[in-house]
Design a protein. Structure first.
Length: 156
């Protein structure tokens, strides 16, 4: 159960961090009226919507060794679908726009299409991450072995 929680947290972080970065800088940042007026606003924008991408890249390329498997794909898409279902519910029932790009003035009220587009972007990001993980897991042992061989030849 602990390992299941670990991979869900790891994969959701590594998959959703690029999504948050893309959505914020492409859709939300341009709509802000007073863009980064103060140093605090600037730091909030950078730390929450860009630095998470840096942490994700460090986690994927250096720190973590959690494998991604095709069987996990459905779980990540389901979690995103549930989240977007909640967002869609908030718009439909409470007329509360969690994100301004869900307002009808942006896309003419095609909120469901926007949700499907976001799920497709998550699928693409997850597939790219799967490829990166496979490359990392294939190349990393070779780099380690090359380092041990170099150290052994220096010691001899």
């Amino acid at each position: 159960l602990v390992l299941a929680a670990q991979w869900i947290l790891y994969e959701s972080f590594t998959c959703y961090a690029p999504l948050v970065t893309i959505i914020y800088w492409a859709l939300l940042y341009p709509t802000q009226t007073a863009v980064l007026d103060t140093l605090v606003d600037w730091w909030m924008g950078i730390s929450m919507h860009a630095f998470n991408m840096v942490l994700m890249l460090f986690e994927v390329l250096v720190a973590a060794r959690c494998p991604l498997k095709w069987t996990h794909f459905a779980t990540i898409i389901t979690i995103m679908g549930l989240y977007l279902g909640l967002v869609y519910f908030m718009v439909g029932v409470y007329d509360f726009y969690v994100y301004p790009f869900f307002e009808p003035r942006y896309f003419g009220g095609f909120i469901a299409i926007m949700c499907l587009l976001i799920i497709n972007v998550v699928a693409v990001i997850w597939t790219i991450l799967l490829i990166v993980h496979r490359l990392r897991d294939t190349l990393y042992p070779r780099w380690i072995m090359r380092g041990h061989q170099t150290a052994a030849s220096v010691a001899a």
